[in-house]
Each structure stands twice: as C-alpha cells, then as structure tokens.
Design a protein around this ligand. Sequence first.
Ligand code: SF4
Length: 225
Amino acid sequence: MPSVRKLKPVPELWTIFQKLFRAYGPQHWWPAESPLEVVIGAVLTQNTAWQNVERAMANLKHARLLNLDLLCRTPAGRIVELIRPAGYYNIKARRLLSVLNWLKEQGGFAKLRATPTSRLRAGLLDCYGVGPETADSILLYALNRPVFVLDAYTRRILTRYGLIQGDEPYEELRLWIEESLAPFLKKDPRATVRVFNEFHALFVRLAKTHCRSLPRCPGCPLNSR
Ligand code: SF4
C-alpha cells in the first residue's frame, strides 16, 4: 500500500509549540478524573459544546455508573436518558457502548498496557462510529500513547500559518506532525506523550482565544515569526 505521507517534516511545528507553551503554559488536559471519563468524554464531545458533555457526565456520575462493567451491563435506553444533554443521544449511546464493550473484551484498561498502539488504534477504529480524532483522543489522553490528535482547530491554525493546504487527509497530517516533532523528543515516549497532550490543548486554546473563525491576530502568540 502506498504511504499516505506527502508533506515533508518541518521544524516550525516545534517553534509553534514553544511559542504557545510560553504564552499559555500547561493546559492540564484532558478535563477528566479517570481514563474511563476520558473515553466517555471523547465520544460525547462530538458535535457539541463541552458544557453539555459535563452535564451528561454529571448524570452518569449521579447514577453511580462511572464504572466500565456497570456501564456495559446498563441497558442502552438508560444510557440514552443519562447522556441526553450531550445531544445526538441515540447514536452517541450506541457509539459509547461499542467502545466500552470493546474495552471490556480487551480485559479493561490495565490489560491494555501491554497492547501495541497500532493494535489499539485498529481496535478503536473498528468500533461503531469511532473516527480517527476520537480514537486518537482516547489513545493519547486515556491510554497515554504517543499519538497526535488532529482536530479542526489544528487544521485551521496550521492552514492560516501557511504550513498546510488544509484539505490534506487526517492520516497524512497526523504522521507529518508526529514526524516533525520527533527530532525534538529524542524517542522518549513519556516526553512525546506530554508534548502531544499539551500541544493539542494549546491549539484548542489558541483557536478559542485568537485564531477563531474570524481571526483576532493582534496579540496572538503566533503573530510574529
Ligand atoms: S490568530 Fe492570526 S496570527 Fe494567530 S494563528 Fe491565527 S491567523 Fe495566525
């Protein structure tokens, strides 16, 4: 199969990371108390504001269901009721149960520690309705795997910065970002996870403060090369 990689690695990505980190500092992502909450949040956050995810999560917590086994045994209708604030609740309940049942079949979070990242990624992508951004969010933030999460904000910022066209396939951009950052991370998996974690969160922060739909360039940390 031909490689999807076409863009050449660039050192500017590391410069962008440094500028954003200097400007905003650590972002303390993902906003969750456990890997299970990360998984639930990653599925529920699709097409909705984070506040709605928090309301759905509060319902699950109040129902004492934030437990992998309990959730897998809960009827889909009950999950639908509880996650209603997150919108698209029927489809999201189906997606959530698909991921949770897959996790359970694998033996739960502890058992996954020994599984290679490529196998985990393939397993997640096989779950109903799970796309690469959701799979990679789970890999990075719930399972501490060195996989970059590429979202629409990152795509928008890097397009405006002039590094990409903006319509490249997800895999091409993900691999390009990972390869561009690799020389600065010295094959240290922990450092890689830390930087990928922060960088994604910093892109989100920039997209919400300066690089919005209508950019507010004055004062933007990237407004000088
Ligand atoms: S806000 Fe302006 S300067 Fe900052 S990244 Fe976006 S387009 Fe570039």
